[in-house]
Design a protein around this ligand. Sequence first.
Ligand code: HEC
Length: 159
Amino acid sequence: MRKLNKKIVSICVACVGAMVLITGCPMSEKSPMGFRLPEGSIWKGKTAFVDLGCIRCHSVVDEDLMPETTVPREIHVVLGGEVTRVKTYGQLVTSIINPSHVIKAQYREKFTDAEGKSLMPDFTSDMTVDQMIDIAEFLQARYEVVIPEHAYSEYGYGP
Ligand code: HEC
């Protein structure tokens, strides 16, 4: 009886394994797959970035046409510049409308409250979907992907 059970278990494991191989990983309902924004406007994104007050806490690399803030920034996080991986708009949109979801290690200590939440305010009620799309387009164009030296290893990219 025991032996039979073991056999059944190993057959099941093999079946599940085969299914994963054939269909890819089992997909979660929250998978970003299929998420696609319509094309936005960089220029409108820049305007929305200023209008919504993102410049209170952010400057953008190589963006000199942005107005100066009237009061000195208490929080200053620079956006754009060189990154080692492509910033997908999924990641960008998430960091804009759900900032506490992923916080870069370098910001975790300085820019989070006692509960570990981001100090970035919630913009979900203030921002239109249009503005969100345009800001994602504007910011994405400001990131430059650089592949660091010795980046390739058998495990893929470096840090
Ligand atoms: C009161 C300050 C404040 C304002 C206003 C603000 N942010 Fe932020 N933002 C932060 C802080 C602090 C972080 C770093 C912590 C984090 O990732 O949430 C951040 C992070 C980000 C990041 C991720 C940066 C990275 O390299 O991981 C993006 C993108 C971003 N903000 C976009 C925006 C946009 C767009 C607006 C305007 C709609 C905005 N922020 C308004 C404080 C602010």
